[in-house]
Design a protein around this ligand. Sequence first.
Ligand code: HEC
Ligand code: HEC
Ligand code: HEC
Ligand code: HEC
Ligand code: HEC
Length: 375
Amino acid sequence: MMTHRIVAALFLIALSSGPAIAAQTNHWARPFVASGGKLSPSPDACKTCHSDRHRDWVGSLHAGSFSPGFAVQLDPAKDPGFAESCYFCHAPAVEQREFLATSRGYAKNKGFDKAFQRSGVSCAACHLRAGTAKGPKSPALKPGDGGHPSAKDEIFKKSEFCAACHQADNGVALKGRALINTYREWKSSDYARKNVTCQSCHMPGGRHLFRGIHDAETARRAVEISTQNLSGRSGVKTILKMTNVGAGHYFPTYVTPVVVINAFLTDAGNRVMEHSVKKKAIGRYVSDDLKTEKFDTRIAPGESFEFFYGEGDAKGARNMVFEVTVYPDEFYARAFKAALKKNPESALLKEAARRATESKYLLYREVIKLEGQGY
Ligand code: HEC
Ligand code: HEC
Ligand code: HEC
Ligand code: HEC
Ligand code: HEC
């Protein structure tokens, strides 16, 4: 099989989070064995008794982490070490690996469970250790109550639990900051000081939806947007102000999304006046080869981004429009399309490119009327 290493460099040497985080938990020491005893690690097994959690999780990106865009980059039989470096976050249990490292190189893993592998960051990956379900509470069951062995681990209530995969101190860094830096962004914000954890926002009420920038409603909660019209005789002048009021890290946190503000005038026929189009991008934009950071305009918690729009040539203009569009997978869309040019037949790449392109959505649109300005 042809593999296509695209985001490889982004994560390749990400194999442990920083010592400060690691000290808080051994829950995420990898590799770990999830299963043991009678409890199957399959999410379908958990579903029989925890159908509510399952219903939430199954629609989340955690459930989809063994995606076409992920799988296409791996060839475990040829390079098991590389695959392992990716499984570290996308399919972290030992039973999710085809091969295991031994003193004499990689050997076939007898405990490999393909269906479990494909379930990605599943219930068992987060909860199950050697057959015991770890969780935030003391076990409510007495022997003979049914259910399964369980044990309390404080880490479930802490952001350090999520940092195991959402912080990569040993991976690629540009301008002195890791490309996956979410935990540290949170740690230096007021949210950390007030103990508003990742779970508080991403798992409200214990829900397992894990919604983020791919969900329009969640992204709308992250920012407050307002506009101002200062237009006059000398032309159109407007301001859009966007404040990060709801994300506990930069908006957005990763290098992969881009948020584009499109500003333009429309005429009496509601047509876009081409000369007036201006754009600004919010994101941490890196080159395809991950060697350079082109710009970083992301919005830190509590801070604002302002777009001053000015157009002196407003003759015939009736409205001024601001449109904010989110491209959650901009980096991947670019990378997958480039890879497709070289391998146009790959079905996995086609699917990956389709998904990365189709995830975009309109976050906000505001029409400012220019009537009475005499343009
Ligand atoms: C036969 C039914 C059954 C199955 C199957 C099952 N559970 Fe449970 N589970 C229970 C019951 C009952 C409890 C105790 C209820 C409670 O504590 O609220 C429980 C409690 C838990 C807890 C809370 C532990 C704590 O200390 O906070 C976790 C986490 C958990 N289960 C995870 C899982 C996972 C993961 C799977 C699949 C690998 C699974 N369960 C499969 C019945 C089941
Ligand atoms: C990305 C990691 C992750 C995944 C995947 C995950 N959970 Fe959880 N789960 C957690 C965390 C963290 C908590 C604690 C949330 C809190 O209390 O704020 C939790 C809480 C729970 C609890 C509640 C325990 C209690 O005492 O209230 C149960 C039961 C549970 N999970 C079952 C499941 C099942 C079943 C699945 C799969 C369908 C699953 N989880 C998938 C991280 C995960
Ligand atoms: C430190 C944890 C970590 C490691 C290691 C890691 N990833 Fe990811 N990966 C993530 C997170 C978190 C996201 C979601 C954020 C985003 O979209 O950028 C993600 C997203 C992706 C996506 C886009 C979403 C999708 O599923 O299509 C691809 C593709 C991907 N990773 C491939 C890889 C490959 C290949 C490797 C190994 C070279 C790898 N990842 C290693 C954490 C990791
Ligand atoms: C075992 C590794 C792992 C752990 C632990 C983990 N995640 Fe993730 N998370 C991932 C990966 C991998 C993805 C991307 C999946 C994909 O798209 O391929 C992801 C995606 C997400 C997304 C979706 C982002 C988007 O682009 O919309 C959110 C939100 C998220 N994680 C929050 C959390 C929170 C909160 C915790 C802690 C309770 C947590 N994660 C723990 C690996 C992990
Ligand atoms: C105050 C609430 C809040 C806290 C705390 C918070 N988040 Fe978020 N998070 C959001 C909102 C809202 C979004 C959607 C907007 C965005 O992408 O910034 C989001 C987006 C994300 C995404 C999507 C990817 C991206 O590029 O933005 C991931 C992954 C994520 N959060 C993980 C985490 C992790 C891990 C923590 C803890 C270290 C955390 N979040 C803490 C509210 C929060």
